[in-house]
Write a protein that binds this ligand. Structure first.
Ligand code: FAD
Ligand code: SF4
Length: 491
């Protein structure tokens, strides 16, 4: 008999276990109690991971061995030697390497859950020191021949952002888009819920109905529904926020993609084919391909490329501990409508869409100088799609600029005007996005100036941000704004 295949919880799809190399192997899945209780994960995240693993064990029947042990090692000692695909974090890769040195892992195969192999990225990267996402994205389009015609991008242009990213339509509270397909729960979910209640783990957030796919069949169904019904609206509303529309036209595919249930190339091919059959406009198809084949793959590759020390970067010397209300997702303690809505989304579903993560939660943390490492841990624990590899580039790099600009050429800090343009939050907010001083001064607007002042030397030296410093110097009430923000305790 060939050695069993050990699958981590983010390697659950048929492109991992149902291949010619593995079809005859027993599959080993391990529920490690120590991992489950290692951090205060969102209750719904624990549910999705356990539900995903247990559904796969159920599907595979006699082929699967499902072990509940304290540690991964204890399980592999029982069933090894095993073969395994390279896991998705430095820590797990170290463990697998140690087990191999001890003879418990027979072979480590490449990670099969991304489009571009790591070796191919290294060839592309060569001795580059800066990695522009746009360059990488174009190379991905060419390499995988996605939305291409005779070596050129279809429609003659690579980037259709200018046609995407509109504010929400005026006067609506929800987008006129069919809702996401919600997978039905079953007896396996009931069992997971019972077990999680009994395990009494440290968690954040509340339990709730399952919104995300945990089987390959569910993932295909979410993808098909998204592409047919929602993708046409994705591009224009990609960056918009509405208080009463938590999902907008987003795909909700990050969970099945990150659990390894759906291959990213299958997702982009489906979007491309809908465009080619005339069902989806090019800007929406391109916008989605850019996210999955561009951003997601770029973040994955940079996790490894930037290395272990990158997570500890703190170039802006941000040292404020996360306040309890933020850590505990206490949306009710927050007056700022945009921040309260985003925190409530994390509390209730362990998910918010990208602009809430970047321009509300991340922007707030940046302005208030939250420690980037603590913030990364928070995102990883509180979001249902949070995995180790996603955090450093997205949180340390993109959202907190703690890498000093290795990933993004300028920090994503903005005042209330951005939220006001891109959402309906300000209409129902006790603060006023145009005010920087007074009881109703918007904490994002005032916070933007206080943050610009704190980092004025750095920002003045960057031609993309120098104008902000010049603008700050023209404010007649700057000293009062700084005093107000240094005393602010309530948001
Ligand atoms: C501060 C911050 C934290 C984030 N944390 C996570 C996280 O923990 N897990 C995660 O998967 N994504 C994370 N993202 C990226 C992005 O916000 C989510 O992938 C997206 O909101 C998930 O919702 P969706 O599946 O509906 O995505 P859609 O808006 O429908 O986009 C389609 C897909 O594109 C991919 N994608 C787009 N941008 C990124 C990106 N920057 N990094 C990785 N994948 C991307 C995702 O797989 C997503 O499913 C984070 C972004 C920021 C700024
Ligand atoms: S006024 Fe400021 S705090 Fe209130 S919703 Fe708008 S941006 Fe957010």
């Amino acid at each position: 008999m060939p050695a069993p295949l050990w699958l981590f919880a983010d390697q659950l799809g048929p492109h991992v276990h149902d291949t010619d190399a593995h079809r005859d192997r027993e599959v080993v899945l391990v529920e490690s109690a120590r991992v489950l209780r290692s951090r205060p994960f969102h209750r719904q995240k624990l549910h999705l991971v356990l539900s995903g693993m247990r559904h796969l064990a159920d599907e595979l029947g006699d082929r699967a061995t499902y072990l509940r042990t304290d540690t991964y090692r204890a399980a592999i000692e029982r069933v090894g030697p095993v073969v395994v695909h390279e896991p998705t974090s430095f820590a797990a890769a170290d463990l697998v390497a140690r087990l191999q040195a001890e003879g418990l892992v027979e072979e480590i195969l490449p990670t099969p859950t991304f489009a571009l192999p790591r070796t191919a990225f290294d060839e592309w990267a060569g001795d580059r020191e800066t990695f522009r996402m746009e360059d990488f994205y174009r190379s991905q389009r060419r390499r995988f021949d996605v939305l291409m015609e005779a070596g050129e991008p279809v429609g003659g242009t690579w980037n259709l952002d200018a046609e995407n990213r509109e504010p929400p339509p005026k006067g609506v509270t929800v987008l006129d888009v069919p809702g996401p397909w919600q997978p039905p729960e079953d007896a396996i979910d009931d069992g997971v819920r019972r077990d999680l209640d009994a395990m009494d783990l440290p968690t954040v957030g509340v339990d709730g109905p399952r919104w995300f796919a945990v089987t390959a069949a569910e993932a295909r169904r979410v993808l098909a529904h998204f592409v047919q019904e929602r993708l046409p609206h994705f591009g224009p509303h990609e960056d918009a926020m509405l208080t009463d529309d938590w999902a907008m036209a987003h795909s909700l595919l990050s969970v099945p993609l990150n659990l390894g249930l759906l291959h990213p190339l299958d997702a982009v091919r489906e979007a491309e084919s809908a465009y080619r059959s005339g069902d989806v406009p090019l800007p929406s198809a391109e916008g989605f391909v850019r996210q999955v084949l561009g951003w997601r793959e770029y973040v994955w590759q940079l996790y490894w490329r930037f290395g272990r020390d990158y997570s500890a970067k703190n170039e802006l010397r941000a040292r404020t501990p996360l306040p309890d209300w933020f850590r505990d997702l206490d949306a009710g303690a927050v007056t700022a409508a945009c921040l309260s809505t985003a925190l409530a989304g994390v509390r209730d579903r362990g998910w918010t869409h990208h602009i809430q993560r970047l321009m509300v939660l991340g922007n707030h943390a940046l302005q208030r100088g939250y420690d980037p490492r603590e913030l990364s841990d928070w995102f990883r624990e509180a979001f249902v799609d949070g995995f180790e590899w996603v955090m450093p580039p997205n949180v340390v790099g993109m959202s907190q600029h703690a890498d000093g600009g290795m990933l993004a050429t300028k920090p994503y800090s903005s005042g209330g005007a951005y939220v006001n343009r891109m959402s309906d939050h300000c209409r129902g907010c006790a603060f006023d996005p145009r005010k920087r001083l007074g009881d109703d001064a918007c904490p994002f607007t005032a916070g933007y100036w206080a943050w610009t002042h704190r980092h004025r030397d750095l920002l003045a030296a960057n031609h993309r941000t120098a104008r902000a410093v010049a603008g700050m110097r023209r404010l007649g009430d700057l000293d009062a704004v700084l005093e107000q923000e240094s005393a602010r305790e309530h948001f």
